[in-house]
Design a binder for this molecule. Structure first.
Ligand code: GSH
Length: 254
């Protein structure tokens, strides 16, 4: 898989007949859908997009120009990670990722909702540090505490139960990125193993889930991309090795 991000002027790769996800390698929302596609063992193609120089054709799939967008049939797409993931779960029920109990599904949505303030705090800390307020750090820890309490109350390995589900794959991409914050000098965002014992066990378990392992990036890698984006020059292709030397035509000898 090429990690190259396509940009304005690049042609749309040929449709292969598989599901196709338009994504950006470092986007947590796109990661949510990648994880669900992986968890369901679906065949899919990934197309990475340079969000600062979007190819014109992106808007045919995602009218707002956001990723992820899922091309579920040639030329037909839906967008928004939560909408895509519920669609995938209902369309491909072999590996169900949501509870059959409506109340539990509602509770899962509340877990995600209650976590959103921690997500916002992360975004400010990572990309707009001068705007960071003490109340945001507080909200971040409230979010982590809430998540830990929920895990404790549910008493299961994952939020979904003994196997991870949609609720886990929705929250995980942010937990993955939170570990980059201390590396960026934001030590107040560290997830202390003693204070967050249950949460730490959960985080380590999630890292080993096959769907996650196949796509997860190290905190150092997230930190490097975040730094480039915070400086206003996101290094989208920092993981791409497809252009390296040897594929270039050799210069003819005189
Ligand atoms: N609510 C959307 C949010 C998606 C989103 O904001 N994605 C970002 C990238 S992480 C994006 O596409 N931004 C558009 C831009 O940067 O122009 C979802 O869950 O899919």
């Amino acid at each position: 898989m090429s990690e190259k991000h396509l940009q304005t002027g690049d042609v749309l790769p040929q449709y292969s007949g598989k599901l196709r996800l338009f994504a950006m390698r470092f986007c947590p929302y796109a990661e949510r859908s990648v994880l669900v596609l992986n968890a369901k063992n679906l065949q899919y193609d990934l197309v990475f997009i340079n969000l600062d120089h979007k190819p014109e054709w992106l808007f045919n799939f995602s009218p707002k120009g956001t990723v992820p967008a899922l091309e579920y049939e040639q030329g037909k797409a839906i967008f928004d990670s939560n909408i895509i993931n519920v669609y995938l779960d209902e369309k491909y029920p072999d590996v169900p990722l949501q509870s059959s109990d409506p109340l539990r599904r509602a509770q899962d949505k509340l877990v995600v909702e209650n976590f959103s303030a921690a997500q916002s705090a992360y975004y400010t800390a990572a990309f707009n540090a001068p705007a960071l307020q003490p109340s945001m750090v507080e909200n971040y820890h409230k979010g982590l505490n809430g998540l830990q309490k929920e895990l404790e109350t549910r008493g299961t390995k994952y939020l979904n139960g003994n196997e991870p589900g949609l609720v886990d794959y929705t929250i995980w991409p942010f937990l993955e990125r939170f570990e980059a914050l201390p590396l960026l000098g934001k030590s107040e965002f560290a997830i202390d193993k003693t204070k967050y014992e249950i949460l730490t066990t959960y985080i380590e378990a999630m890292k080993n889930v096959p769907a996650v392992r196949a796509y997860r990036l190290a905190p150092e890698t997230h930190a490097k991309f975040t730094e480039s984006r915070a400086k206003g020059d996101p290094d989208y292709n920092m993981l791409d090795s497809s252009d390296v030397c040897c594929m270039r035509p050799r210069k003819k000898k005189e």
